[in-house]
Design a protein around this ligand. Structure first.
Ligand code: SF4
Length: 340
């Protein structure tokens, strides 16, 4: 979603910014339906990245601030790369629990296991359950169960994962929520069926573009709608004003299209700026949206297309991916149909 990568610059949020942000969020946070000591994916506050354990000191500070401010249902998301042995894992999780953190969300899917040995993920789950009890979320649990059935060990390249998964249940596979946006929309294109832009014109954003749950606030000052990497609703430094007065879209044509109109409006706006529909089509509405934004960011100055590094990262990767595909030659099987 956010094109995270080790090749981004390590720009961490400062502690003073973090305190300012958490202070302005504190009064607006809805606890988990099971109570403020419990966690759930789209309630409370979660610390994420990138990988938040890369800066453990900052993560502990963030937790202490949230505890001091009385923010309910706090948890951290992790890719488990740091869980190199039991002692390190337990020590860090215990330090966070003592600082007031309520729980943890552990990422499990084929894109993580490409880079992180599955043993580390299993270690993180096991010790997290000892430290945080029921407040451990495995996202996505379907992939975790699938990996256990496949008896995955170590890292597994994506192509090998696809071969392995076809051996299960007659190759039917497992239906798992998949957001074809951000890097996924670009990198998984060869595996999905594509459609003309107009296919997506009447489709609503799912989940909704503007919503009062599960939004993100980044280290660059952006208030980001939901999971839409590369779009900023404004500066979170002005969060109180944004909540009070709403988002003034007059100076932000991309936001105007997405909020007041629809993707069709964004498509035609981009055409006026030289955008051309790609002949190979789009695998999702977010793929179309991102392709348009990648064009706009190179042909204008749109403050709402932020952070810039998100687009630079994707553009750089695209060049490398095209080179890889050219070298590999062959066709990829299509494994899905139209999705958002
Ligand atoms: S289409 Fe664009 S605005 Fe809508 S959810 Fe996808 S990325 Fe976000």
């Amino acid at each position: 979603m956010y094109a995270c990568s080790p090749t981004w610059e390590a720009n961490w949020i400062s502690e003073s910014d973090l305190y300012q942000l958490l202070s302005s969020l504190a009064g607006h946070i809805v606890p988990s339906p099971w109570g403020k000591e419990r966690v759930s994916l789209s309630h409370g506050v979660h610390f994420t990245g990138g990988e938040p354990f890369l800066n453990f000191k900052l993560l502990v500070s963030a937790t202490q601030m949230a505890t001091e401010l009385g923010i309910p249902s706090t948890f951290v998301e992790t890719n488990c790369s740091w869980c190199v042995n039991d002692d390190v894992t337990r020590e860090r999780l215990e330090a966070l629990r003592q600082a007031g953190l309520k729980g943890i969300m552990i990422s499990v899917n084929p894109f993580y296991v490409e880079y992180i040995p599955f043993e580390r993920t299993e270690r993180c789950i096991r010790i997290s359950q000892e430290v945080f009890g029921p407040n451990v979320m495995i996202y996505q649990i379907e992939f975790y169960r699938q990996f256990k059935r496949l008896d995955l060990q170590g890292k597994v390249p994506f192509e090998r994962y696809l071969k392995l998964v076809r051996t299960l249940d007659g190759g039917v596979g497992v239906a798992v929520e998949m957001f074809l946006m951000g890097r996924a929309a670009r990198a998984l294109k060869p595996y999905y069926r594509s459609y003309p832009a107009a296919t997506f014109f009447g489709e609503p954003c799912q989940p909704p573009f503007l919503r009062d749950w599960h939004n993100h606030f980044d280290n660059y000052g952006n208030f980001m709608p939901g999971f839409c990497g590369g779009i900023s609703l404004g500066s979170w430094r002005e969060l109180d004003r944004l909540i009070r007065e709403g988002i003034d879209v007059r100076d932000y044509p991309v936001l105007r299209s997405l909020i007041a109109e629809d993707i069709r409006a964004l498509f035609y706006f981009a055409r006026e700026h030289g955008y051309q529909e790609v002949p190979q089509g789009y695998i999702s509405k977010c793929d179309l949206c991102l392709d348009i934004r990648l064009h706009l960011v190179q042909h204008g100055n749109f403050a709402e297309l932020s952070p810039r590094a998100f687009y630079e990262q994707l553009a750089r990767e695209e060049i490398l991916q095209h080179e890889d595909q050219r070298n590999a030659g062959g066709q990829h099987p299509k494994v899905g149909s139209q999705q958002t």
